[in-house]
Ligand binder design. Structure first.
Ligand SMILES: Cc1cc2nc3c(=O)[nH]c(=O)nc-3n(C[C@H](O)[C@H](O)[C@H](O)COP(=O)(O)OP(=O)(O)OC[C@H]3O[C@@H](n4cnc5c(N)ncnc54)[C@H](O)[C@@H]3O)c2cc1C
Length: 450
């Protein structure tokens, strides 16, 4: 009988964490399983976040929360120390180091010939049925269960800005930032975590460059405290939750905590997925409209070293925050002329480069592979169109809302179902929960076929 086979489409952190948990479970339970990890860019275990080579791109999560293994919180710290890195549990490692760690953990989870891991570099173009992945070169990978780990979509196109060699439409595409090679001023659209990375990279590479960062509210991510705050519980009413109740309870908790929100955020964060589930569809929409941007800057914070670097750039005038919105951009001999409304006044800025750091695009049908799944009725977008519609366990729902027994999703694709689903602590928990489902699904199909 052939080994049960699982194919994971997307080899970034979500795909790698799924493979790691699956292979480790198979080893522990003496099960045979063949795992294929498919990544179109060959960035296995690195993906978008951990493929950076810039040592100033730090994790924005403390080292003691970034273990790859759900059942071994100390694992990253132990690995780093064995590699000769004197990392403190509340320290922030470079993301490139974290990528190396994920690669090592993935390699250690392999156990050929019983539990092999096939790393394939190719793009999946279609899924036939729920289990055969067709690749761009025409090859097909047959498996018993498939996991979709495609990560975030590229940022949505900016209205009023056409494609142009000096318009970096996706800062996370391989080599995107190295195009900015002449020290000309850079306008970054967005003032969040991606803007921080872009500003750090281009100002270090070009000591004369000025970076403008534009967003509607010009809100920067908040800093992490040097030591983590003690979680403060937030007392919420039972039953269906309203955004107004959530805000009132949060404000009350901050007041009772002497005005300090850090501990309140620590208290809320582990419950974010449950709270999202308790908000009904209309309340979720309201949350997205009114609260999400404030949630993001308080939830996704930056480490003290990045805070200091950003403060230094702002103090020297090399990073300038602009509040307003973009009207349009036209090419010039030196780059781009950008028209923006800044504090209500139409203003022209002449820059060498424009970087779209507005955050991941939500529309899954902008991805040809996912669009194909939707067109075939194998999957559908979630009601708020934040990702794929799934059960709480990641089982993909078909056009009629039936959960699949062989097709699952992990990571950012679950945003509509879970909301908080992009950080490693959430993704590794999904991977750990999914592993037994995959072993079971793959084994039962393989047995039926044999
Ligand atoms: C800049 C940045 C910093 C972050 N920092 C932290 C942090 O400090 N702590 C933390 O917990 N989280 C952090 N995160 C969040 C989190 O770790 C990432 O979002 C996570 O890496 C998501 O991984 P992923 O595998 O789902 O997506 P991705 O990393 O995007 O990987 C998906 C992969 O799938 C491939 N793919 C897509 N379509 C196909 C296809 N059709 N066929 C084949 N392959 C395909 C892509 O090429 C890509 O390599 C950060 C995220 C970013 C972007």
């Amino acid at each position: 009988m052939a080994s049960p086979a699982v194919t994971i489409v997307g080899g970034g952190a979500s795909g790698a964490l799924t493979a790691i948990h699956l292979l480790r479970l198979a080893r522990a339970s003496g099960t045979t399983v063949a795992v294929t990890l498919l990544d179109q860019g060959g960035r296995h275990a690195l993906g978008q976040a951990y493929a950076t080579t810039d040592p100033h791109h730090l994790l924005n999560t403390r080292a003691d929360r970034m273990s790859a293994l759900d059942d071994d919180p100390e694992h990253l710290l132990t690995w780093a120390r064995a590699e000769g890195m004197p990392v403190d549990e509340a320290g922030y490692l470079p993301r490139a180091v974290y990528g190396r760690y994920l690669r090592d953990v993935l390699a250690a989870a392999e156990n050929p010939p019983f539990r092999p891991l096939h790393r394939v570099t190719a793009a999946a173009v279609t899924l036939e049925g729920e289990h055969t992945v067709r690749l761009a070169d025409g090859h097909r990978i047959e498996s018993d269960a498939v996991v979709l780990a495609l990560g975030n979509r590229s940022p949505a196109p900016v209205p009023g800005v056409a494609a142009h060699p000096r318009h970096v439409a996706d800062p996370w595409a391989g080599g995107a930032l190295s195009q900015i090679d002449d020290g000309a001023p850079v306008l970054v659209l967005g003032t969040g975590l991606t803007m921080v990375d872009v500003a750090l990279t281009v100002t270090r590479a070009h000591p004369g460059t000025v970076v403008y960062a534009l967003s509607r509210h010009a809100l920067l991510p908040r800093p992490h405290l040097p030591r983590p705050a003690t979680p403060v519980p937030v007392a919420l009413p039972g039953g269906p939750l309203r955004v107004a109740d959530l805000l009132a309870a949060t404000r009350r908790a901050v007041r009772e905590n002497g005005g300090d929100w850090h501990g309140v955020m620590e208290g809320l964060r582990p419950h974010a997925q449950t709270l999202w589930r308790r908000l009904g569809p209309d309340e979720r929409r309201l949350f997205l409209r009114r609260v999400a941007r404030y949630w993001e800057i308080h939830r996704h914070r930056i480490p003290p070293a990045s805070v200091a670097a950003i403060a230094g750039l702002r103090a020297s005038g090399r990073l300038r925050l602009l509040r307003g919105s973009l009207i349009g951009a036209t090419p010039t001999a030196e780059g781009l002329s950008v028209r923006a409304e800044l504090d209500g006044v139409a203003t022209d800025l002449h820059v060498g480069w424009l970087v779209n750091a507005t955050g991941p695009g939500a529309d899954i049908t902008s991805d040809p592979f996912l669009a194909g799944l939707v067109a075939a009725g194998t999957a559908r977008p979630d009601p708020l169109r934040l990702g794929l519609d799934t059960g709480p366990d990641g089982a993909v729902l078909d056009a009629a809302g039936r959960p699949s027994e062989r097709l699952f999703a992990v990571g950012p694709l679950l945003r509509g179902t879970l909301y908080e689903t992009t950080a490693v602590p959430e993704i590794r928990a999904q991977a750990a929960a999914l592993a037994p489902r995959l072993v079971e699904a793959a084994a039962s199909v393989a047995t039926r076929v044999a």
